[in-house]
Design a protein. Sequence first.
Length: 198
Amino acid sequence: MSSRTKYSDYAPWWWWEARRSIHVTETTTMLLIGIIVALVAYLCWLLFTLAVNALPLYAGVTAGLMSYQFGSGATAAILVGSIVGCATHFTGRLVAMLPWLSARAAIRLLFAAPAGFAGYHAAFGLAQIGAIDARWRHAVAVAGAIAVASIAALRMLLDGPPEAGRDLAAVTSARLRASSTDRRAVPRPRPDRQRSAG
């Protein structure tokens, strides 16, 4: 017997066998990918929803930070920020219901401008994750800004007075009727009259 020791002398008897590895099935993999995609989609929806409501969020955060800087505690600052944000949101909704067109247009612009700013930066951040060219990042960001600002203005438009919505519907239906007046359907004879005539 030789004085050299081999690894196999101290290793367990099954060291040379392939160990059974834990395999993840295709169903589990697809389920995990689906959950991750749904989570990312939810976070993107949440991000752009916050971007649409940027003005109340900015007002609330600014008021909360100012309150905290002037010596109130953290709880009071959060409370002040929440109250100011909700007040800004509901004041904008109330002003959007006024019958004056200039007031509604001003409030839409007031809500759409910060929403567009926030939408630009949200889309730019998501485009940076995609690692695309800088020009395309800015193009995606501008498209995001336009989309978010349009959604914010549209939400304020939908909160307008009911008469404005009815007027818009009436104008739209009148235009559709006017465009289709020349294309009236010619009445066709009934099939039962054709049988009796023949």
